[in-house]
Design a binder for this molecule. Structure first.
Ligand code: GH3
Ligand code: MG
Ligand code: MG
Ligand code: MG
Length: 547
């Protein structure tokens, strides 16, 4: 990648090179106005011309250009607001501004190279390399794996026993683990289970490997919370791909920024600064394309210029805020206008804040970074159920639809939909009260979260109904796994308010996805029907949907 200094210098030279034709354009609008002072389109064009320089001059180390541009922009703005055609003396003042701007511009070469580069954006979120803990008692294997993991740009630590691994985890929770199931002081499954039970232990991606296929128990591996299981000789390429994919989910990409900016120099500046910090940037230079860009680019944040062709950024923002799909999408205005007025307008339009041009690169990154993070957090709260923190029905169905789309492309893999419903839950509520019922719901949610893999999707589907998607398990294994969860849940005892204890059970239905004949609704219905059959057959059991 180009260094910040080089990128900035390139932008600056480009700005100076393109300034000539843009000043000519200002002159053309002035000529139009001289011929017809009532030509408000020309007046608006003139204001936009000045506005572009007001925003960019300071950015590229040319403060005088900003001052002159701002003076022109404000004067045109005033004339527009008054609604009276500008008089001859106004036009000559603007011509004088234009001439001063031409003088203030350095030649495209020579002086351009001596401009001070603004401090490189220091707050660019430097990505910490994810750390992988490798647990294998064979030192040669450990060394090999440490090297293999480091090749991917990840950090690696090794441990030879279960106890050593636990100490390492207690010191510092890794982002991922690769665990051999046969350890000298216990099984890898137990280790993974212990890691998952720790605070934050559901986050790391866990790969289990085994020397002998017959030792590898898929159900055991899923049950302890491993994300993948591989038999030796392991295809390390496949394992690494899977691991990297899971790590990516833990460290989401920096984000997508839609810059609504008609000025090419400003747009290039935004692209360079944000691009250097890993953001994906799309520039929308025509407000008419704004809606299409929102839909196709799905930005995490909008940077909105105020002065746009035919419309103001505030009006676009108001329009966006009317749509509930974009309720949490942060909007940052880029403005050269007076500060107080801009603040008021920003608040009225439902914007989050405004940044004054010229924008300092570090400030831009800090503003964009914190707002994207906050919006993501809000969104994650909206997608989750308040009591159990599991996905709510809406976001569960969204994930299910995504899984279905992936399976249609990759028919070698399979997914099971498990629908779980507590038995006679109404009578638990009636007997022990609603708060106790809530605790039972939370106990089941915790069991599901602990026992299942990070790659599995767990949601609270309705009141006392849960739904789970299990990847890569055949029906028989899915049945075994859910039976085991049921046995474990049934063994848990819950306390009533009077100190008495009781046990609860659930019923479950499983439907394997068959992409050749199912859409999302048919898949869900198949799981529902199987659940109903389990209820009808006496509850406290699991049934699979008939093929
Ligand atoms: P079945 O075995 O047929 O599923 O019987 P059931 O009693 O579990 O089913 P029913 O649908 O008759 O009742 C479900 C009950 O779940 C009724 C409702 O009050 C309770 N419920 C739903 N959401 C919550 C909740 O968030 N907290 C508590 N405590 N109870 C809830
Ligand atoms: Mg503009
Ligand atoms: Mg029920
Ligand atoms: Mg129910």
């Amino acid at each position: 990648m180009q260094s910040w200094d080089e990128a900035f210098e390139e932008l600056r030279v480009q700005f100076i090179r393109e300034a000539g034709p843009r000043l000519d354009e200002i002159e053309r609008q002035l000529d139009l106005l001289a011929r017809d002072p009532a030509d408000s389109e020309a007046l608006r064009g003139l204001m936009r011309g000045f506005h572009g320089f007001a925003g960019s001059g300071n950015t590229y180390g040319l403060p005088q250009i900003t001052t002159l541009g701002l003076a022109g922009e404000l004067a045109c703005g005033k004339a527009l607001a008054q609604g009276a055609p500008p008089r001859g003396e106004a036009l000559s003042r603007w011509r004088a501004l234009l001439a001063s701007m031409r003088d203030a511009l350095p030649a495209a070469s020579g002086e351009a190279a001596s401009a001070p580069t603004p401090a490189s954006p220091a707050s660019a979120p430097a990505r910490r390399a994810a750390e992988i803990l490798i647990v294998d008692d064979d030192p040669a294997m450990r060394t090999f794996l440490v090297r293999r993991v480091e090749q991917e740009g990840l950090a690696a630590r090794g441990a030879g026993t279960r106890a050593e691994a636990m100490r390492a985890v207690e010191q510092h929770l890794p982002d991922g683990l690769i665990v051999d199931i046969g350890l000298p002081d216990g099984s890898g499954y137990d280790l993974v289970e212990a890691v998952r039970a720790r605070p934050g232990g559901d986050a790391p991606a866990v790969m289990i490997v085994s020397v002998l296929a017959e030792f590898l128990d898929k159900v055991e591996a899923v049950h302890c919370g491993a994300d993948g299981f591989f038999e030796k000789p392991v295809d390390w390429e496949v394992l690494m791909r899977r691991l990297l994919h899971l790590l990516d989910r833990n460290h989401p990409e920096a984000g997508r920024v839609l810059a609504v900016e008609d000025d090419p120099a400003q747009a290039a500046f935004l692209r360079t600064v944000l691009g250097s910090a890993g953001y994906e940037v799309r520039v929308c230079d025509d407000p008419r394309r704004f809606e299409a860009d929102l839909v196709s680019f799905r930005p995490d944040l909008v940077l909105m210029d105020i002065m746009l062709p035919r419309i103001r950024g505030y009006d676009l923002a108001r329009y966006l805020r009317q749509d509930e799909r974009y309720a949490t999408l942060p909007i940052l205005f880029l403005t050269t206008e007076g500060q107080l007025e801009a603040r008021i307008e920003t608040a009225r339009a439902g914007g989050d804040d405004h940044l004054m041009k010229p924008i300092d690169p570090s400030l831009l990154l800090a503003a964009v970074g914190t707002r994207i993070e906050r919006a993501r957090f809000l969104k994650s709260l909206l997608g989750r159920d308040g009591l159990t923190r599991l996905l709510n029905q809406g976001s569960f169905l969204e994930r299910a639809a995504a899984v279905l789309a992936r399976r249609r492309r990759d028919r070698d893999r399979t997914t099971a939909w498990v629908m779980i419903d507590l038995d006679h839950f109404k009578s638990i509520n009636d007997r022990y009260g609603h708060p106790t019922g809530d605790r039972v719901l939370c106990a089941l949610a915790t069991l599901l979260r602990r026992r299942l893999r990070q790659s599995d999707t767990v949601g609270r589907y309705g009141g006392e109904e849960f739904a789970v998607l299990l990847d890569d398990l055949q029906e028989a294994d899915a049945l075994r796994l859910v039976r085991r969860l049921l046995a474990e849940f049934q063994a848990q005892s819950h306390q009533g308010p009077d100190g008495s204890s009781f046990h609860a059970t659930f019923s479950a239905g499983i439907a394997m996805l068959d992409t050749s004949r199912m859409d999302l609704d048919a898949w869900r219905q198949a799981a529902d029907t199987a659940l109903y059959a389990a209820k009808a057959a006496g509850r406290n059991q699991v049934q699979a949907s008939p093929p």
